[in-house]
Design a protein around this ligand. Structure first.
Ligand code: SAM
Length: 252
């Protein structure tokens, strides 16, 4: 399978998902408005601000087109966003440098509307760096971080344990690891032998949260768990509504 996250279609879809105004994404009063602004909420609903140092260093792994990285920059420290998709990283870098990026929202079939993604008010673009990289084979000199965010990344990796194994080194003692995931395990992204949940071992159902505990404890302690709805608009009358699970883990 060629990487779907390099396609124009997904660059456009994610620019709308991350930067679209509510009326541009969901003009229907009956729609699930609480599911808007997921990228912002993945940070603001999950980070424990009270325990952050003065200028926290943050890592956004699988940052896509960068909205959560910009939200993390509001805490005043350096932010590094890493994604495997060169097209996503280029879009995020363009926004950081030029403060705006035009894109096309699909309305129906070949009909589109040109919209403008704008750098959000909370962003401190001078503090944010984006780079292409593989969450399963990160460069060795990344250093360590006060906040590490993995938003909807794990079930898109061929071998998620390779990413989890690196986390104790990436998160500083006392630091926060935020994981969000709908646990959508698919053979197209992750061979079944590497799923973290969604299968049986004998009679016992294995669920992802249990595997996360096995992989992360005792280096991390689970301290917060909450539902985080999200909404991706495919076209004017079709959406993906997803309930991601957010967990916050404290590095011991
Ligand atoms: C479902 S999207 C989530 C994006 C973003 N965090 C969000 O919540 O909107 C999965 C992201 O993971 C990225 N990704 C997939 N495999 C990766 C890898 N091996 N290393 C880093 N990023 C990867 C994709 O390019 C995509 O941006």
């Amino acid at each position: 399978m060629s990487n779907p996250y390099e396609s124009d279609k997904l660059v456009n879809e994610y620019l709308l998902f991350h930067y679209g105004q509510p009326n541009e994404i969901l003009p229907f009063p009956e729609g699930p408005h609480q599911a808007l602004d997921f990228a912002v909420r993945s940070v603001t609903a999950m980070v424990d601000e009270a325990s952050l140092p003065e200028t926290p260093r943050a890592l956004d792994l699988g940052c896509a087109v960068g909205r959560a990285s910009f939200t993390l920059s509001q805490y005043g420290g350096e932010v590094l966003g890493i994604d495997f998709s060169q097209a996503f990283i280029q879009a995020a870098q363009h926004l950081a440098s030029n403060k705006a990026l035009a894109y096309d929202r699909i309305d129906e079939g070949l009909l589109t509307t040109r919209l403008m993604a704008k750098l959000p008010a909370e962003a401190q673009p001078g503090k944010v760096t984006f780079e292409q990289g593989d969450a399963m084979a990160l460069r060795n000199d990344l250093g360590d971080f006060d906040i590490c965010l993995l938003a909807n990344l794990l079930c898109r990796l061929p071998d998620p344990r390779k990413c989890l194994d690196r986390l104790p080194k990436l998160v500083r003692p006392g630091g926060q690891l935020i994981i969000t995931s709908p646990y959508t395990w698919l053979d197209d992204f992750t061979p079944r032998s590497h799923w973290l949940g969604g299968y049986r071992e004998g009679d016992r159902p294995i669920v992802t949260l249990e595997s996360l505990r096995d992989a992360l404890e005792p280096a991390f302690t689970l301290e917060k768990q909450r539902d985080l709805p999200m909404l991706i608009r495919e076209h004017a009358r079709k959406y993906q509504w997803t309930m991601s699970e957010g967990t916050r883990w404290r590095r011991q």
